[in-house]
Ligand binder design. Structure first.
Ligand SMILES: NC(=O)c1ccc[n+]([C@@H]2O[C@H](COP(=O)([O-])OP(=O)(O)OC[C@H]3O[C@@H](n4cnc5c(N)ncnc54)[C@H](O)[C@@H]3O)[C@@H](O)[C@H]2O)c1
Ligand SMILES: O=C(O)C(=O)C[C@@H](O)[C@H](O)[C@H](O)COP(=O)(O)O
Ligand SMILES: [Zn+2]
Length: 361
């Protein structure tokens, strides 16, 4: 694979969009400019990312009417109140329907900014410039935007697709180690749900990824986005197979909520959640114990947790899981595994086994 690559998310109806992946592409105007409907751009970023990357982005926006909103950092700020602050800034600036909201940051900034864009004047253009591994491999693609509610993760939101995604892996140089590892959880997820070759590649290339070798990072982002783009193109609004992207998330979101948002990182909670899903799959006789061992070994190699934290009470986890967005008319659905690279969405799981697994039986 070359140092840079471009993929396309195929939605049809004139809504296809590019994902540009490379090192040092942040300031390249020609990648961004064709996707901006007007001259007004509101850059939404946070207090950590702004001093690191606002200047590097500037050449891409030269000559435009550019404003910034700098949010406080952290999952705890992924709230409706933060979104309201962005709407205030858009109105204060006199921004019109031809404005673009550009998210510069990780998944938290992207989810918040995307939701602000989805609602402002009933929807303005949105561009994603993800600067964490997790955001580059997952959250910047696919159009899920939104915020948390005290009772549940991502409970308030909208589907609002970006016009363009610009993933500059050079920005990952400054990412804290713990955040890099958290991003790897979502990469491993794609291997587990639909790409056994990616899983095997990760088993071989984990040291290179942890060493942040550029080539390995570009490949990991490209493999991940290729998988996500295919799933999203086939099922944009999660009527069916898109729910596979939720592997580990019913458990993971419950961990995040029960501990308090921001205590465990999203990727960490998803890692532990994927192991719980794999263990339940083994209990059901759907997954070979040897596959579970491979999954645990890969997550350990990435330095990720493979069990929920002791403080996450099983009963509280179950209660949180009952609010999951895949629950339909009270019928729970989980993403389970029938092999590495073969996930299913199912309501045919053993409730007693689930309760035993969480220590809530
Ligand atoms: N919309 C989706 O499809 C989707 C998919 C997966 C996750 N998510 C959401 O994404 C969020 C997690 O995103 P995340 O893991 O990117 O966390 P994050 O946005 O909190 O970023 C992690 C940390 O890294 C900092 N940071 C960002 N870029 C940096 C850089 N280049 N150098 C140094 N520091 C940097 C941030 O300020 C933050 O402190 C969760 O809220 C999760 O629910 C959404
Ligand atoms: O894009 C999707 O679809 C996903 O499920 C990707 C997940 O990694 C992501 O965490 C998403 O925000 C979870 O969605 P939710 O609908 O369960 O809130
Ligand atoms: Zn996720």
């Amino acid at each position: 694979m070359s140092a840079r690559t471009t993929l396309t998310v195929r939605l049809g109806g004139g809504r296809d969009y590019p994902i540009h992946i490379g090192a040092g592409i942040l300031g390249e105007a020609e990648l961004l400019r064709p996707h901006l409907p007007g001259r007004q751009v509101m850059v939404v970023t946070n207090e950590t990312v702004a001093p690191l990357y606002l200047d590097a982005l500037a050449p891409a926006l030269e000559g435009l009417e550019r404003r910034e909103v700098v949010l406080p950092d952290g999952e705890a700020h992924k709230t409706l109140a933060t979104v309201a602050g962005i709407w205030d800034a858009l109105l204060d600036a006199g921004f019109h329907r031809t404005a673009t909201v550009l998210a510069l940051g990780g998944g938290v900034v992207g989810d918040i900014a995307g939701f602000a864009a989805a609602c402002y004047q009933r929807g303005v253009a949105f561009v994603q410039v993800p600067t964490t591994l997790l955001a580059q491999v997952d959250s910047s693609v696919g159009g899920k935007t939104g915020v948390n509610h005290p009772l549940g993760k991502n409970m308030i939101g909208a589907f609002h697709q970006p016009r363009c995604v610009l993933a500059d892996v050079a920005t990952l140089d400054t990412l804290p180690e713990r955040e890099l590892r958290a991003g790897l959880a979502e990469v491993i997820k794609y291997g587990l749900i639909r790409d056994p070759d990616l899983f095997a590649w990760l088993e071989a290339r984990m040291p290179a990824l942890l060493a942040r070798e550029r080539r390995a990072l570009v490949e990991a982002v490209a493999h991940s986005c290729r998988n996500k783009a295919a799933v999203v193109a086939a099922d944009e609004r999660e009527a069916g197979q898109r729910a596979l992207l939720n592997l580990g998330h019913t458990f993971g979101h419950a961990i995040e909520r029960v501990l308090g948002y921001g205590i465990w990182l999203h990727g960490e909670a998803v890692a532990a959640g994927m192991v719980l899903a794999a263990r339940l799959s083994v209990e059901m006789g759907w997954l070979e114990p040897a596959a579970l061992e491979r999954i645990v070994a890969l997550l350990e190699a990435a330095g990720l947790p493979t069990a929920p934290p002791r403080e996450a009470d099983g009963g509280a986890m179950l209660e949180a899981m009952g609010l999951d967005k895949k629950v339909a008319d009270g019928r729970w659905r989980l993403v389970l595994l029938r092999g590495i690279g073969r996930a299913v969405v199912t309501d045919a799981f053993d409730r007693n086994a689930l309760e035993r697994l969480l220590g809530a039986g």
